[in-house]
Ligand binder design. Structure first.
Ligand SMILES: Nc1nc2c(c(=O)[nH]1)N[C@H]1C(S)=C(S)[C@@H](COP(=O)(O)OP(=O)(O)OC[C@H]3O[C@@H](n4cnc5c(N)ncnc54)[C@H](O)[C@@H]3O)O[C@H]1N2
Ligand code: MOO
Length: 426
């Protein structure tokens, strides 16, 4: 027999336990942003791999110039010019300098760079090779030698610079490019399909007749899955008839790794989803999570595929998707950040007596002027309420048996998005 009324943490753990191992594929670097890295990246060279100049100026020997001031400048002989991308030819000896550009290799013998602005030969004078043999006068020197970019000062050879499981952001792309990854091993995107069930539903581009409503769940859930990295299709609306739902599910399970449904999971006469899951041979893992909204969720396993049946109530579906489906989609891509640890925040207004279930109140979390996290539950909390989900960036956890919680209380909060910067009334 399957579990019922399990806690949010237990439900999350069950889903994570049933997540299949992520597959990998190779993609070109320019298509890798947003994907998840499938292999550690170890630096096979130091970065930089050669000592180089961080400035446009002159490479010199500190010993030669250390006494230079505006009043008592030091004159050196310019022996060559080193543009970026070209190797120096000369080893500097006593009294010599090399004109050097930012990014160019440091010549042998040099240990200090003097920027143009501290010399008599400034860049704007456009003195190039013909300046070789000329004297350059140094007016100002760094406190010590060594103001150049040393080998390995950025990244040491052998460093594990990226770990498998990290999301490939633009900065990661820069590192991959540096180490020559024109192609990258990433975890495959999970394939998913979303179905809404309910005789009351019409498509987004239809006019609802009396008693009907537009299907808002499928597009919103598909959008969530897409943002989390899945390849998603939206299935047709299915009527509340077992045979139709069964055929639709089997067809979907043969083609997709994850099937998400909404509606028909409660105890109404037409809430057939759970029974259909069983009839097609899926094993129910649990039904009903001890939370509001989202109680009647049902999760079943079919081969190594998962069917997640969410409540039809729009907010319930949205929140359950955030808490549970996101974890599955992240884990399937080899990500480790699927578990959201609650944070503590100060409640800025009283919350009415709890019901006999754990509640997750949609709320706005802000950093107040004192720099503390404060949270304000939204006024409307019914599961069918959709409009104010736009404002919610957090869920306030209210334990089942808790009495009223008050303004000023410390509460557990799950952040769905980053806290807002401006302050709420506190
Ligand atoms: N006797 C009981 N009735 C209900 C219970 C209960 O314990 N005993 N639980 C309630 C709770 S809590 C929830 S949540 C809902 C869940 O119901 P279902 O998951 O079976 O969902 P439906 O009944 O199909 O729909 C609920 C609600 O949402 C609207 N809906 C459905 N699908 C969509 C969609 N794709 N887009 C927009 N809106 C949708 C639907 O019209 C209903 O208004 O059950 C309670 N009942
Ligand atoms: O569990 Mo339901 O989503 O509270 O109304």
């Amino acid at each position: 027999m399957y579990k019922q009324y399990i806690s949010v943490d237990e439900a999350l753990q069950e889903i994570i336990n049933h997540t299949p191992r992520a597959n990998t594929e190779i993609v070109p670097l320019d298509q890798a942003v947003g994907r998840v890295l499938a292999r550690d990246v170890v630096a096979d060279t130091p970065v930089p791999s050669f000592a180089k100049s961080p400035l446009d100026g002159f490479a010199v020997r500190f010993e030669d110039v250390k006494t230079a001031t505006k009043e008592n400048p030091v004159a050196l002989t310019v022996v060559e010019e080193i543009p970026a991308g070209h190797l120096p030819k000369v080893t500097l000896t006593l009294g010599q300098a090399a004109r050097i550009m930012t990014g160019a290799p440091l010549p042998e013998g040099a240990d200090t760079i003097i920027k143009f602005e501290d010399t008599s030969l400034v860049m704007s004078e456009k003195q190039h090779y013909e300046a070789c043999g000329d004297k350059v006068t140094i007016f100002n020197v760094p406190k010590s030698a060594g103001n150049y970019a040393e080998i390995g000062e950025d990244i040491n050879k052998g460093d594990v610079i990226l770990n498998a499981g990290c999301v490939i952001e633009p900065a990661v792309i820069a590192v991959l490019a540096t180490f020559g990854y024109a192609h990258v091993a990433v975890y495959t995107r999970p394939s998913a399909i979303v179905f809404a069930s309910g005789d009351e539903l019409v498509n987004v581009d239809d006019d609802p007749m009396p008693g009907k409503i537009r299907n808002s769940n499928s597009p919103s859930i598909a959008a969530q899955l897409q943002l989390w990295g899945a390849n998603v299709d939206v299935g047709k609306i299915v009527q509340d008839q077992e045979e139709i739902i069964a055929a639709t599910l089997i067809h979907a399970l043969q083609r997709y790794q994850l099937v998400v449904t909404t509606g028909g999971v409660s105890v109404g006469d037409y809430d057939v989803m759970k029974d259909v899951f069983q009839k097609i041979g899926a094993e129910i893992i649990f039904w009903r999570v001890n939370m509001r909204p989202g109680t009647p969720m049902v999760v079943a396993k079919w081969d190594d595929k998962l069917i997640i049946g969410l409540s039809g109530n729009p907010s319930a579906a949205y929140i359950s998707c955030e808490l549970f489906v996101r974890a599955y989609v992240y884990k399937m891509q080899g990500r480790f950040d699927f578990w959201r640890e609650p944070v503590t925040a100060t409640l800025v207004e009283d919350v009415g007596k709890a019901v006999n279930q754990d509640r997750y109140l949609r709320a706005v979390a802000n950093i107040n002027q004192a720099g503390n996290l404060v949270v304000k539950p939204l006024a409307k909390q019914k599961s069918g309420i959709l409009g104010n989900m736009i404002d919610a960036n957090a869920l306030v956890y209210v334990p089942a048996d808790d009495n009223k919680i008050y303004k000023g209380d410390q509460v557990k909060v799950i952040l769905l998005k980053a806290p807002k910067g401006e302050s709420v009334n506190d």
